[in-house]
Ligand binder design. Sequence first.
Ligand code: AMP
Ligand code: GLY
Length: 425
Amino acid sequence: MKILVIGGGGREHALVWKIAQSPLVTKIYCAPGNPGTAALAENLPIAVDQLDKLLAFAYENGIDLTVVGPEQPLSLGIVDLFESHGLKVFGPSQKAAFIEGSKAFSKDLMQKYNVPTAAYGVFTDLVEAEAFINRTGAPIVVKADGLAAGKGVIIAQTCEEAVTAVRDMLSGNAFGSAGSRVVIEEFLTGEEASFLVITDGKNIIPLASAQDHKAIFDGDLGPNTGGMGAYSPAPVVTPDIHEKAMQQVIRPTVEGMAMEGRPYRGVLYAGLMVKGGEVKTLEFNARFGDPECQPLLMRMKSDIVPVLCAVADGDLSAVGIEWHDKAAVCVVMAAEGYPGDYRKGDVIAGLDRAAGLDDLYVFHAGTAEKEGACVTNGGRVLGVTALGTTVKDAIASAYQGVSQITWPGVQYRSDIGKKALERTQ
Ligand code: AMP
Ligand code: GLY
């Protein structure tokens, strides 16, 4: 089989790495890919939003399956476009990806199908939003309705801060048209978990549990990022919480989407807040999480390709997924300044040393090749991911890998996986 992976981050490097292990696969292309994927696939100079170019490439080169990593091409309708030309593709349709593309839609869906979530309001008017904020009180959460590259969520500590955030969003200054409508919601406390499933719209296979680390600094301090590290399994997802996530969140959502005429096929990612043995849904994503994908795929024992094909064909009933007992931990190494403006073009040292370590893989995200050297080229640069018999072992191995690698201004969290240790000790 010839497979095309769309995207160029750590998630896509992990997908290419996993797909490359399948005996069913003869050739992998990645658009646009990164220097990490270049070692396993042929990178194509096509951006993720150039749908016509991607379609032409897949059509002319007889691609058997296209796997879409990021949300943007999904929201632009890449799956509909490919399918209308008879091409097999893994991911939700444009109408189904709306569950991530519009937070207002997603909240209304949750309310309609009784999926537990924070109390909220949807606003396009500043005066009404201000009244809601003052009634609810702070802390309070303000979210841009549309896609904002993971940055459209403001946790406001005061009502004034919330009103300012709403004003910036509604005026179009903060996130352009993505902020022309806002969701304002109750602030939830608890421990977060990333609960991902693969579904054909009817059959649902939960993936192993995972936990992300959204904040830039240790102890969950500082602004939110795309994710500074992740591990799997996540002990916060006890068997009881798993059951609740499936019965209260995932099933009603998959059934609800079908009832809304938006049948969901692909990875459905629920961001959960767990507290006092109950779950609430923070958000849905229409794709694998990044960096959650990296530890999840390192733990996946089964060949992923038959699973992806079964979803693309619309029938998952005959496949299952097995997992390694080992734990996996991914530590993201980021550029100085991230998640704000960050440095680029610094030479990364030590990749060869890290490559020599067992049960460890360095997934590339924001890297580039320059004059024969690998240099930083994005906010999140690398995802150093290790397997271990326990989470504790995997943490130690991942940080051993991290200690081999450096560049000027490198930053990473030193407490990835700590919450898992606190729960298991
Ligand atoms: P979202 O993109 O909606 O998941 O929001 C990004 C991050 O903001 C989440 O992972 C949480 O850390 C935080 N967050 C979002 N909504 C809430 C909420 N209602 N209460 C507390 N934290 C939240
Ligand atoms: N790691 C969070 C996300 O992929 O949205």
